[in-house]
Design a protein around this ligand. Sequence first.
Ligand code: SAM
Length: 214
Amino acid sequence: MDSCCKNTYNNTFSRKMAEKEYTDYLRNGPLKSTQYLLEPLKDQDLKGASLLDIGGGVGAVVWELWGQGIRKAYYQELSQAYSESFRKEVDKRGLEDSIEISIGDFVDCQQQLPEADIVTLDKVICCYEDFETLVLQSADKARHLYVYTIPMDVWWVKAVSAAGSFFRQLFGDKLRTYVHPVATVEALTVSCGFDKVYEKQHREWYTVLYKRSG
Ligand SMILES: C[S@@+](CC[C@H](N)C(=O)[O-])C[C@H]1O[C@@H](n2cnc3c(N)ncnc32)[C@H](O)[C@@H]1O
C-alpha cells in the first residue's frame, strides 16, 4: 500500500475518533456490530489461546476475548491513532509482555507476524480493496478459528456503501469502503483449509466463524 493510502486510513481513523470510540467502549461495552463477531466465540473454550486481531481499532475484540481467557494477543492495525490509543491501555494494564502491537498494512507486515489460535477481522475486509490477498494471508495465520464480519453483498448495502464513500470524498475523506462478494470471501477461506461452523446475518452485517478442518 502506498503512503497516500496509509494517510487516508490515518485521516479517517484519527486520534479524535479513537478517543471517542474508546470512551464509548468503556462506557457501553462493544459496539453491536462487534458483538456479532463475539457471539459465536462465546461457546468456544478460549482459555490460554492466542489471538491475532487484524484492524483491531480501539481493541474491543482483544479486551473482550481477554476476559474470556486468551493469554496472548497480537494486535495489528493500520491507523497510528488507534494503535496509540490501544498501546496506552495495554501499558495501563501492565500487559506489555502479553499483548504485541504491530502497526501497518497487514498484507505488508504479515511475514513478521506469527500464527495464532484465533484470527479475527471485525469490519476490516470491507475497508480493503485487495480482499483476496487479505483473506488468504490472514486465514493462513489461523491455527484453529477464523472469524470475520463483512457487509452483505446485496444492492441496498452496496448503495449505502457507495453513498458513504461519495459523501466522505466531498468532505475530503478519501476512505473507500467495499462490499466484496460474500461467496468469494467464503471460497477463499475454505480453500485455506477451513470448515464453516457458524454464519449469521444481522441486517447489513454477515458474520462467519470457521474451524480448521481435520
Ligand atoms: C471499520 S474499522 C473497524 C475497527 C474494529 N475492528 C472495530 O470493529 O471496531 C476498520 C479498521 O481496519 C483497519 N484496517 C483496514 N485495512 C487494514 C489492513 N490491511 N491492515 C491493518 N489494518 C487495517 C483500519 O485502519 C480500521 O481501523
